[in-house]
Design a protein around this ligand. Structure first.
Ligand SMILES: CC/C=C\C/C=C\C/C=C\C/C=C\C/C=C\C/C=C\CCC(=O)SCCNC(=O)CCNC(=O)[C@H](O)C(C)(C)COP(=O)(O)OP(=O)(O)OC[C@H]1O[C@@H](n2cnc3c(N)ncnc32)[C@H](O)[C@@H]1OP(=O)(O)O
Ligand SMILES: CCCCCCCCCCCCCCCCCC(=O)OC[C@@H](O)COP(=O)(O)O
Length: 394
């Protein structure tokens, strides 16, 4: 019961209308198994990643390629939860001429930051275009300490920022420079809004827009331009294009990671415009103005979505691939078999103390996973964007 409460699941009554599969998907035991597989396999992968450290000295490119595959083992489990467990559908609106280039070039992705699972939908598109293991992001430093994902990112050369420009201006540029000779195609994700959308942050950022004489945005926070400028400047000649991406969900749904774990099916729509990198101005002020204009256009696309339920342009649904599921099944076999043996041994031992110790460990793991899921929740979002930078409590 205690474990159940940690996951805040709604009280559940089996109704005839609900299929057996849906019933199973809502069961705490299933969630526990999925989370156990994710956590234990993730920690094993983290350990293997540490073992690749000496290889970096001998062959950096080989070490990177191995780490791309190891990162895939972790990230694709979350993608499998979205596309195979919850059955969430992902539709792409894009120009058919750009479509063949996706996954075949390095690109900087500019995405709105309004949903708890926007990063997971991003990952799902990465998976479908074959760049999941190598995908990158400009992430807040706090995420580097999240077990499994944050630790994996260290080996993937993810670019971290403190969201304090005085400190970030050199570290971010240095990290970006290192990506210039990356051996495989990657998408570099940039949430220019810098934090997740909340009404309070929106109100605050629109005051800033007003003070700068910029038009107000209805669906976005005012974009931060410095990270965008430094990314474009440092990846010029390496990244071919900006993928201006605007995400929304059908039926005004508010998707969550807990919803995905509960097997809830959502429908994501992503509008992507491919903009050649050469068309982004080199001058800093012009580049900032270019980004502000981009966000005004993005706001227009969201308005159109709100009015009509669709984005401009033709629709395609890039097919889901079996690899994320195969990867999950592989890791399940690896980590569930020893667990089964351990449980059988525990029960046959009949020792109350050992069984109590197992329950305590199990509860601790549940609390740990619940904390990790909490990192994705908007109501636990930082104060960034509602206070002067000096007072930020990230
Ligand atoms: C075909 C398919 C296509 C696409 C598929 C989609 C996606 C897939 C791609 C890849 C997937 C990869 C990975 C995904 C996995 C996981 C990702 C998960 C999470 C990570 C996300 C984060 O951590 S977001 C937070 C960190 N990132 C950022 O903050 C980036 C943006 N920020 C910046 O660029 C900042 O400039 C900075 C961080 C570099 C520096 O921060 P600082 O606070 O010092 O900022 P500034 O100096 O810029 O701030 C002051 C200026 O900002 C103006 N402003 C606007 N609003 C405010 C406000 N509310 N408060 C204060 N100031 C504000 C202000 O006026 C200043 O303006 P100036 O004109 O003076 O610059
Ligand atoms: C297989 C499925 C297993 C499911 C259970 C496992 C749960 C693991 C959860 C791992 C979470 C990792 C966090 C990565 C991404 C968080 C993205 C995010 O949205 O970060 C917020 C920042 O952008 C801005 O921060 P704020 O200033 O809004 O604060």
């Amino acid at each position: 019961m205690l474990l159940h409460n940690y996951f805040c699941f709604k009280p559940f009554l089996f109704s005839r209308r609900m299929g057996l599969l849906q019933f199973l998907k809502s069961q705490f035991l299933c969630h526990l198994i999925i989370c156990y597989v994710f956590l234990v396999s993730g920690l094993i992968v983290n350990l293997i990643q540490i073992c690749t450290l000496p290889l970096w000295l001998v062959s950096k490119q080989l070490a990177r390629k191995i780490n791309i595959r190891l990162a895939y083992c972790i990230a694709s489990q979350m993608v499998a939860a979205l596309e195979w467990w919850s059955g969430t559908e992902c539709t792409l609106y894009t120009d058919p001429k750009s479509y063949p280039l996706y996954g075949k070039e390095n690109a900087i992705v500019v995405l709105n930051h309004s949903f708890e699972i926007d990063f997971l939908c991003g990952w799902t598109f990465c998976e479908r275009f074959g760049v999941l293991g190598s995908s990158k992001v400009l992430a807040k430093k706090e995420l580097a300490y999240v077990p499994v994902i944050g630790w994996m990112w260290y080996f993937l050369e993810i670019v971290f920022c403190k969201r304090k420009w005085e400190e970030d201006r050199t570290t971010v540029a240095q990290s970006l420079q290192k990506l210039r000779d990356y051996p495989e195609n990657y998408w570099f994700l940039l949430y220019c809004e810098g934090t997740r959308f909340t009404p309070k942050k929106h109100q605050f950022s629109m005051q800033i827009a007003e003070s700068k004489g910029l038009p107000k945005l209805k669906y976005h926070l005012l974009p931060r331009t410095k990270g965008f400028y430094v990314t474009v400047q440092n990846l010029r000649g390496t990244a071919a294009a900006i993928y201006d991406s605007t995400l929304n969900f059908r039926n005004n749904e508010v998707p969550t990671l807990l919803g995905i774990l509960n097997g809830k099916k959502y429908h994501a729509d992503l509008y992507v415009r491919r903009i050649p990198l050469e068309s982004v101005p080199e001058d800093e002020a012009e580049c900032a103005a270019w980004l502000h204009k981009l966000y005004q256009e993005k706001d227009g696309f969201q308005e159109q979505y709100a009015q009509t339920g669709r984005f401009p342009g033709p629709m395609v649904s890039p097919p889901r691939r079996p690899w994320s599921l195969i990867n999950w099944l592989f890791w399940s076999c690896v980590v569930l078999y020893p667990l089964g043996l351990l449980i059988a041994q525990l029960l046959s031992s009949g020792s109350v103390l050992t069984i109590a110790a197992a329950v305590v460990v199990c509860s601790a793991v549940s609390v740990g996973i619940r904390w990790m899921i909490g990192q994705t929740e908007i109501d636990k979002s930082s104060n960034y964007g509602i206070k002067p930078a000096a007072l930020n409590n990230n």
